[in-house]
Design a protein around this ligand. Structure first.
Ligand SMILES: [Zn+2]
Length: 247
């Protein structure tokens, strides 16, 4: 890693994170997500360059549209900060090729988390992209990691589907969304035998969130927790922090 990469990573990461959050929030509203220029979510006025500088614009405008003063969805700001942070973490811990792939994975997960937080739905397209990037990242760790990923995805998918069926039979409510199952299985392609760590982290964070936020229906969007813990465990795995314990 060199100095130029460390300066470039947060700038690029913030721009990509901003785009990812916008895509996720448009997914949540059922809009065309991947094209179209930047505009205010409320008044649809196109945004000039000065209003689209990641992080800085949000802070300068006080988190509201310059024209209609409608508050800007905080997901945009969160996506920008997360995008910058995970790009820096990627270049700090990984060689260039793997860092780009890990940062791209992070961007897809930001979009998925934004969509789930806003609409409680995880888009299939995001899970498909996670699966492709996950396979690539596992392959970069070697054939053993790739095999572990394939086995992990099958096992995770099967266990979660059985859990869903069990919950549905006992309480009439599967509890876990089918989107959560697909995304977890896709992440397992990357995480392999480390998948339980990510699930445990996300589960603990979920319990804490239910305790602290006390949602009226007792439910929370699991996607943001799953994506955050999945990426953190994935980066640790990719950087070799688990050593020889896990491929
Ligand atoms: Zn506006």
């Amino acid at each position: 890693m060199n100095a130029a990469a460390l300066i470039l990573a947060p700038l690029l990461g913030a721009v990509v994170g901003s785009f990812a959050a916008t895509v996720g929030l448009r997914w949540a509203r059922g809009e065309q997500a991947l094209s179209g220029r930047s505009r205010c979510d409320a008044c649809a006025r196109p945004l000039g360059f000065s209003a689209t500088v990641p992080i800085i614009s949000y802070v300068r405008l006080g988190g509201a549209c310059a024209d209609c003063r409608t508050p800007i969805h905080p997901g945009h700001f969160a996506g920008e900060v997360l995008g910058a942070s995970l790009a820096v973490a990627s270049v700090a811990f990984l060689p260039t090729g793997q860092a780009v792939a890990a940062a791209a994975m992070g961007a897809v997960l930001i979009a998925a988390a934004a969509a789930d937080a806003a609409s409680r739905r995880l888009p299939d397209l995001a899970s498909a992209a996670v699966a492709v990037l996950g396979l690539g990242l596992a392959l970069l760790r070697g054939p053993a990691a790739l095999l572990a990923g394939l086995a992990g995805a099958l096992l995770t998918g099967a266990i979660l589907l059985l859990l869903r069926r069990g919950f549905a039979a006992r309480r009439g409510d599967p509890g876990l969304g089918l989107g959560d199952v697909k995304l977890t299985a896709a992440l397992a392609l990357w995480l392999g035998a480390a998948t339980p760590w990510a699930l445990a982290l996300a589960g603990l964070a979920g319990l804490a969130q239910v305790r602290l936020a006390k949602p009226a229906d007792g439910r929370i969007a699991f996607g943001p927790l799953l994506t955050a813990s999945g990426w953190a465990v994935g980066l640790s795995l990719q950087a070799g922090l688990f050593g020889d314990l896990l491929p």
